[in-house]
Design a protein around this ligand. Structure first.
Ligand code: UD1
Ligand code: CA
Length: 452
């Protein structure tokens, strides 16, 4: 089979004003990734797959996101918003290079899958000049309706131009189209703007294809896959669909979750074998969980890696840069940030470990805090392997605790501690014999004894 070359054009010039946000619409996150990143990930990849993203003027943040996710993509600016066909032509130079398949997709339909692009391309391979992705809408209001004759697509009618009869049609245009890439430019350039909005509608290409005696077909998919995001409510709906997909995939990959509906995953979460995630866990972007690790309830994890057979939580927080070695244990009410815990480290209760390196098998007692910030800069704490940090210790960074050193409970450590040393930093204890009794007598003199 010969490999067909493709050009995918992603239209992302939308303002997204209905999101009530100062952030461009396509940068809103869904399962920890921007809407745009989802679309860019689903679009064809590889040496034969070119990509162009059409953005609005002053959308530097969108351009930066494109560069981050798909450094191979070109961004082109649509100076004026004159319609979807006009937006596609902003990428005219790329189209003129003539790929076998030209794919057009909107930046705000993040649930689209790579398999669907393949289905549209297969229709081109079978001889169609245009393949349009369609779906049966529960409520078709606002969508372009697909007018079909037999298996052929006759026209796409936008809501504003549709007759009452046409508006009753539930088969709608999802907005994703695949064109014969050699003919696409000539066809799209013929599109005019004689409709109720005076815009250049990409959907009008159907009539042009038909006038040329070429074939236009509809490929159907589920409504869930083509949900467009215009509002925060639709964003939440899409998140629901995406989370259901991610949970299903995780379960199929062998992750144990007894209450998957309460677990939030990110699109890029990676799991080893025999991972267990207890109820009510939130996982943000950039998390890798290795074989046999257990994430206990109510933990919140972002940009972290968790070693084999490690244990996290309940109620643990792993912030960006937390790296847990094999068999490490991070217990309840522990926060880890930008810190490496080598294998076998235990931080079981009520601690903050930030900007630190902790050697293998070190034991960090309850309530230990790395004082990493002095109000001006962040400083590093190094804890050697096998060190024992007594409970309620403050380690004032920058500071180094040697291997196998022992820190007495309640110490405030400001100077480096050598290997195998015992460091104590607290005043000596004094016991006054009978002192408690005398104190009680002083407080109760002349008062009747209390009941109980
Ligand atoms: C469009 C389709 C409609 C389809 C629906 C599916 C057209 C004419 N209509 O309608 O048939 O059912 O999507 O969601 O194509 N954009 C630009 N520049 C422009 C105009 C639009 O980049 O000048 C981008 C937008 O950012 C958006 C996409 O194109 O991502 C669709 O534009 P929008 O105005 O939302 O089209 P709809 O009216 O939703
Ligand atoms: Ca839209």
């Amino acid at each position: 089979m010969t490999v067909r070359s493709s050009l995918t054009i992603v239209l992302a010039a939308g303002e997204g004003t209905r999101m009530q946000s100062s952030m461009p619409k396509v940068l809103h996150p869904l399962a920890g990734q921007s809407l745009l990143a989802h679309v860019l990930d689903a679009a064809p990849h590889g040496a034969d797959a070119a990509l162009a993203v059409v953005i609005g003027p002053q959308h530097e943040a969108v351009a930066a996101e494109v560069k981050r996710v798909r450094p191979d993509a070109a961004t082109v600016v649509q100076g004026e918003r004159l319609g979807t066909a006009h937006a596609v032509l902003a990428a005219r130079d790329a189209i003129a290079r003539g790929a076998d398949d030209l794919l057009v997709v909107f930046g705000d339909t993040p649930l689209i899958s790579a398999a669907t692009f393949q289905r549209l391309r297969a229709a081109l391979e079978e001889g169609a000049s245009l393949a349009v992705l369609g779906f049966r809408a529960a409520d078709p209001t606002g969508y372009g309706r697909l007018l079909v004759k037999g298996s052929r697509l006759a026209a796409i009618r936008e809501e504003g131009d549709a007759t009452a009869e046409e508006r009753a049609i539930r088969l709608c245009n999802a907005g994703v189209m695949a064109f014969d890439g050699r003919k696409a430019l000539a066809m799209i350039e013929k599109i005019g703007s004689s409709n109720s909005k005076g815009e250049y509608y990409l959907t009008d290409v159907v009539g042009i294809v038909r006038d040329l005696g070429l074939e236009a077909v509809v490929i159907e998919t589920s409504e869930d896959e083509v949900r467009g995001i215009n509002t925060k409510a639709q964003l939440a709906e899409a998140e629901k669909v995406m989370q259901a997909r991610l949970r299903k995939a995780a379960l199929e990959a062998g992750v144990t979750m007894i209450a998957p509906d309460t677990v939030y995953l990110a699109a890029d979460t990676r799991f080893g074998k025999d991972v267990t995630i207890e109820p009510f866990v939130v996982i943000g972007p950039g998390v890798a969980i290795s074989d046999g690790a257990v994430i206990h309830s109510f933990s919140h994890i972002v940009q972290s890696s968790i070693g084999k057979n490690a244990s996290v939580g309940p109620y643990a927080r792993l912030r960006p840069g937390a790296s847990l070695g094999d068999g490490a244990r991070v217990g309840n009410f522990v926060e880890i940030k930008a810190a490496t815990l080598e294998p076998g480290v235990k931080v079981n209760h009520l601690s903050y470990i930030g900007d630190a390196h902790v050697g293998s098998n070190a034991n960090i007692g309850a309530g230990t805090i790395t004082c990493n910030y002095d109000g001006f800069g962040k400083h590093k704490t190094e804890i050697g392997q096998g060190a024992f940090i007594g409970t309620n210790s403050s380690l004032v960074a920058p500071v180094k605790i040697g291997s196998r050193a022992y820190i007495g409970s309640g110490s405030v450590i400001t100077r480096d501690v050598p290997e195998d040393a015992l460091a104590l930093e607290r005043s000596e204890q004094t016991n006054r014999e009978g002192g408690a009794k005398r104190y009680r007598e002083m407080k109760t003199r002349g008062k009747p004894p209390k009941a109980g």
